[in-house]
Design a protein around this ligand. Structure first.
Ligand code: GRF
Length: 225
């Protein structure tokens, strides 16, 4: 008898391309997937993520980011046990973060702890990366805790900064990597291959520990399930 699949809620403020990537990855895994997107929530009525959900007949709703009880009730009613912040720009009420300790994930378009924290979102990140002349940026997926963009790191993937990069060109290259690493991190957490230990450290990894090249040189994470 197949184990019950993890029911996931996705919170997104904008277009929802990360939601689309998660849905595509779970579709590709088919019967082998360990998760289903059961609910999509946004703080913005116009968010494209809500349209993407409705197109797939997935429950979708606008929430008041400050209404902790309302958010908790929606998550409980949908039987959600894993929350994924995929381009969600508001803080999650601390009581909800605590209730989902080790079961709430966020994707950040930089290599945290660098270029993270309050005010560091969207193009501001990529502008700062270019202005500071760093040669490598990337994507971080981490468990959410009560400090913005902090929390135990689940996975990171490098993105080189090109000399001719603008914030837009760099944002696009980073976003394409988000689309490859976030779905795999979500599936790995849903399947229990990656988890947050009682010691506060993350156990499990997306890439084989014994092959560092897998992190730096792989053309795409599709070489790793
Ligand atoms: C992107 O800037 C991405 O880097 C961040 O949220 C923004 C929108 O993502 N995670 P999406 O297209 O709504 O998934």
């Amino acid at each position: 008898m197949r184990a019950m699949r993890t029911r996931i809620a996705i919170l997104a403020s904008r277009g929802g391309s990360n939601l689309g990537a998660i849905l595509a990855h779970l579709d590709a895994l088919g019967a082998e997937r360990h998760a289903d997107v059961a609910l999509v929530l946004s703080d913005r009525e116009q968010a494209g993520a809500l349209e993407r959900a409705r197109a797939r007949a997935i429950a979708a709703a606008v929430i008041d980011p400050l209404d902790a009880a309302g958010l908790s009730a929606r998550l409980e009613q949908a039987g959600v046990t894993l929350v994924v912040l995929a381009g969600y720009l508001k803080l999650i009420p601390a009581v909800v973060v605590r209730a989902f300790h080790g079961r709430m994930m966020n994707v950040h378009p930089a290599l945290l702890p660098a270029f993270g924290g309050p005010g560091m979102y969207g193009q501001r990140i990529h502008r700062a990366v270019i202005d500071q002349g760093v040669r490598l940026t990337g994507v971080t997926v981490h468990f959410v805790d009560e400090q913005y963009d902090r929390g135990p790191i689940i996975a990171q993937w490098p993105v080189p900064v090109h000399e001719a990069d603008t914030p837009d060109s760099l944002a696009a290259r980073v976003l394409s990597v988000e689309h490859r690493i976030l779905p795999r991190a979500v599936e790995a957490v849903a399947a229990g291959r990656i988890s947050l230990g009682a010691d506060g450290r993350v156990h499990g990894t997306l890439c084989p520990d014994d092959d560092d090249r897998a992190v730096i040189l792989a053309p795409s994470p599709t070489t790793h399930t």
